[in-house]
Design a protein around this ligand. Structure first.
Ligand SMILES: Nc1ncnc2c1ncn2[C@@H]1O[C@H](COP(=O)(O)OP(=O)(O)O)[C@@H](O)[C@H]1O
Ligand SMILES: [Mg+2]
Length: 601
């Protein structure tokens, strides 16, 4: 790991506890995007809760009337009312949960979209500093954790909190003296929650980090399998893996044990509380200041009182991990490019995609020049292929076109406008990026396409999928476009995932498109499929395609051969093959490689 990678990782490390709660609140604020529906959910839950609590009150009334002189008709009436209340509770809770499911679905969609847009903005620069396996597993994992929290525990929590307050209010209204007794346990119970947060919280965030380590290592290992075998590193890697997974296991066990101890403690405190209320209530009855009915109501309320707190306990793991994950999601979302807009910059108007580099020099570190006197011109709608050895500076050219770094000298223009005179946001909005590593969410296929552009319709997405050769395999999935992708698309092949990201780029419809090694990880057959999709994607837009395999960039109107930061050759494929220069050698070596693959010596 280089120094700069470590720095970048340190920046997105798990936030501290205060930051975590803030992050969770920020995730919850996405629910407010549909204020009306969310308020309706609360109102429904509240009606249900009041209905539920009223049952206890009715029970008390029933007990009181039993001890007095009652007509059977009165009792029937009570029973009917109670049945009605139970029904109201059931219907409102059910409706509330159904509605909440829709609201959270939407909130999650917006959260994912924001995250996706941000990673698009940061992409090249950000990805080049982060070990990709770690980042991918983190983001998709974190989003899944937050999703799980929104889908289940959130509703029960809202209900729990409403229940707590309604119960308190009912108690105070019935008998304030007994209400005080019943509330004694609250601070104790809250104390327990706090303890859990202090002790188990750090254990859980540690667990998340360990799991990310493990995932990162696995992906690295799988990606580098050949290298590992070639260099006979299997033992070493296996030892490292065993160590990382053991640490993950131990950390997980510690977190679990801590939360297990807390549960029986809560039950104990609750039972003591009930005993206290029963004792005080009995004394009050003997003194004639309380009826048996009110005590009955109180006992049932005290028992229920603990329900919401128990719910919080039962879901504590979810809350904690959702908070930790939200913290990391937002730390990625808050990650800003180091480059600042110059004063007086304007918005870049929608462009045609005429890109010009004039004598551009660039170095990441002063004194070590990476790009040397780069000049080229891409006409609107042209495909520009970039090739050359690893480390030649291909990605760097893209990094400075999207202004992730400031150049040392020279001029970069888009449609005649110097990119240093426009805002970075408006510049990047017009540039789409497809990277080597497909980035998908554990969401439906359709939604994954929609993340490309806010407000994209189903039809637009399906058209894009057709153009990208995705339609065929998507319709063969169990639920077609509504199929859920698991673990960020692990139920698709690498090539299918890449095709989906290309379709998504089509949905986004940028004027300028960048594909950095987008076909590097797929087999030859899939590559052909992807190439066809890319050609479709390139129609009517300027594209820069970086590819290790020259067959990918063969149709380019202009191919730039980069070596050691210099454009050493340029032209079409045919021109350069004829010229028998550097490109020709590169081409021949790959050609021979292919033949050797088919007919081994
Ligand atoms: N963020 C960075 N900081 C410092 N040096 C970098 C950074 N990114 C790339 N480089 C260096 O710049 C050179 C060109 O890298 P790059 O453009 O990524 O090559 P390519 O994409 O052609 O493989 C390499 O020597 C690389 O080590
Ligand atoms: Mg590169």
């Amino acid at each position: 790991m280089t120094a700069s990678t470590t720095d970048a990782l340190a920046k997105v490390e798990s936030p501290k506890s205060k930051g975590r709660i803030k992050a969770l609140v920020r995730a919850l604020q996405y629910l407010g995007l549909q204020k009306f529906w969310f308020v309706l959910v609360i109102v429904l839950f509240l009606i249900g809760t009041i209905g539920f609590i009223s049952l206890s009150v009715m029970l008390g009334i029933a007990v009181n009337s039993l001890s007095g002189t009652t007509v059977p008709g009165q009792l029937m009436q009570l029973v009917t009312i109670m049945a009605g209340l139970a029904l109201v509770t059931f219907i409102t809770y059910y409706a509330g949960f159904r509605l909440l499911a829709g609201v959270t679905q939407n909130a999650l969609f917006r959260l994912r979209q924001d995250l996706f847009e941000h990673t698009q903005e940061l992409s090249l620069r950000f990805f080049d500093r982060q070990p990709i396996g770690e980042l991918m597993s983190r983001v998709t994992n974190d989003i899944d954790v937050v999703t799980a929290f929104f889908q289940q525990p959130l509703g029960t929590l809202i209900m729990g909190i409403l229940m707590l307050f309604t119960t308190l209010v009912a108690m105070v209204l019935l008998d304030s003296r007994l209400a005080v007794i019943a509330s004694i346990a609250i601070p104790l119970l809250i104390g327990l929650v706090w303890l859990l947060a202090r002790v188990a919280g750090p254990a859980f965030s540690l667990l998340q980090e360990r799991l990310a380590d493990l995932n990162g290592l696995m992906e690295e290992t799988i990606a580098g399998e050949r290298t590992i075998i070639a260099y006979r590193q299997q033992d070493k890697v296996a030892r490292k893996q065993a160590f990382v997974s053991e640490t993950a296991r131990d950390t997980g066990a510690r977190a679990q044990i801590l939360s297990l101890v807390m549960m029986p403690l809560t039950v104990l405190v609750t039972n003591i509380n009930i005993a206290l209320v029963a004792l005080t209530g009995s004394v009050m009855i003997i003194n004639g200041t309380l009826t048996v009915g009110v005590l009955t109501t109180f006992l049932s309320l005290t028992m229920m009182f603990v329900l919401p707190l128990m719910t919080i306990f039962a879901n504590y793991n979810f809350i904690l991990s959702a908070a930790v994950s939200s913290g990391r999601i937002f730390s990625i979302m808050d990650e800003q490019p180091d480059i600042k807009d110059l004063p007086g910059v304007v918005e870049l108007k929608p462009v045609l995609g005429h890109v010009v580099f004039k004598d551009v020099n660039f170095s990441y570190v002063p004194g070590r020049q990476v790009l040397k006197h780069n000049s080229f011109e891409a006409m609107p709608g042209q495909m520009i292929g970039l090739c050359g050895p690893t480390g030649a500076g291909k990605s760097t050219i893209i990094n400075i076109l999207t202004r992730y770094y400031d150049i040392d000298s020279g001029v970069i223009e888009i449609d005649g406008q110097d990119i240093y005179t426009v805002t970075q946001a408006s510049l990047r909005k017009q540039i789409g990026v497809v990277l080597q590593e497909p980035f998908l969410f554990s969401d439906t296929v359709m939604n994954n396409l929609k993340y490309g552009r806010e407000g994209a319709t189903d039809e637009e997405c399906i058209t894009a999928a057709r153009d990208a050769n995705c339609d065929e395999f998507i319709t063969r999935l169990p639920e077609g476009y509504n199929t859920l992708l698991t673990d960020g698309g692990s139920n698709l092949s690498q090539g299918q995932r890449q095709l989906l990201t290309i379709a998504r780029a089509m949905v986004a419809n940028p004027r300028i498109l960048i594909l950095d090694e987008a076909t590097s990880n797929v087999d030859t057959r899939t590559e052909r499929n992807i190439q066809a999709a890319i050609r479709k994607l390139q129609e009517g837009r300027t594209s820069f395609v970086i590819a290790h395999r020259l067959s990918t960039i063969r149709p380019a109107q202009q191919i730039l051969v980069i070596n050691d930061g210099e454009i050493i050759e340029r032209g079409t494929h045919e021109e350069m093959v004829k010229a028998k220069g550097f490109y020709y050698d590169l081409y021949m070596s790959q050609f021979k490689g292919r033949i050797a693959e088919i007919i081994p010596a």
